[in-house]
Write a protein that binds this ligand. Structure first.
Ligand code: AMP
Length: 144
C-alpha cells in the first residue's frame, strides 16, 4: 500500500471546511505524512502582482480583506497543528495554483471538499473537478 508523505489540504473557508480539514489531518496522522494547507485568493484585486505570488503570512498588510483572509488561514492551520512553513496563501486562480503548488512541494495527495463556495448546488464543484482532472497526484474529494 502506498504511504502518502506530503498531503495538501485546499481550503476555501466555506462552512464545511472544518470537516475536510479533520479528514486531512487524520490521513496525515495515519500515514505519518507532512500536512500542508493552501488558500488561493481569487477575489482580492492586486493589480501589480503576477499570478502565483506567495504572500508572506508574517507581514502586515494595509488591506483589511487580505488581513482577514490571512487570519482565517492562520486560525485553521493552528487548529490542525500545521507548521508555519507548510502554510500557503497564494494569489491567483485556485485550481491552477493548487496544482502548481502540489508539484513544487512534491505533494502526493491533495484533499479538497467535493464542493465549496463555488459549487453549493452541484454534485461536485468546479475547482474540485479541475483539480481531479489535472493534478498529477492522487486527489481526495471529501463528499459534502
Ligand atoms: P468548488 O469546486 O469551488 O465548489 O470547491 C471545492 C473545494 O475546492 C473546496 O472545498 C476547497 O477544498 C477547494 N477550493 C475551492 N476554492 C479554493 C480556494 N480559493 N483556495 C483553496 N482551495 C479551494
Amino acid at each position: 500500500m502506498t504511504h502518502y508523505q506530503n498531503i495538501l489540504l485546499a481550503v476555501d473557508f466555506s462552512d464545511q471546511g472544518h470537516y475536510v480539514g479533520q479528514k486531512a489531518k487524520s490521513l496525515a496522522q495515519l500515514f505519518n505524512a507532512q500536512l500542508h494547507i493552501v488558500h488561493v485568493l481569487d477575489n482580492i484585486p492586486m493589480p501589480d502582482t503576477p499570478y502565483g505570488t506567495v504572500i508572506a503570512l508574517d507581514e502586515d498588510s494595509p488591506d483589511d480583506l487580505l488581513r482577514t483572509e490571512k487570519n482565517k488561514l492562520i486560525q485553521i492551520s493552528d487548529q490542525l497543528n500545521i507548521a508555519a512553513a507548510r502554510r500557503w496563501l497564494i494569489w491567483g486562480e485556485p485550481q491552477q495554483e493548487i496544482i502548481r503548488l502540489a508539484e513544487q512541494e512534491h505533494i502526493d495527495l491533495i484533499v479538497v471538499g467535493s464542493h465549496g463556495r463555488h459549487g453549493l448546488a452541484v454534485l461536485m464543484g468546479s475547482t474540485a473537478k479541475e483539480i481531479l482532472y489535472h493534478a498529477q497526484c492522487d486527489v481526495l474529494a471529501v463528499h459534502l
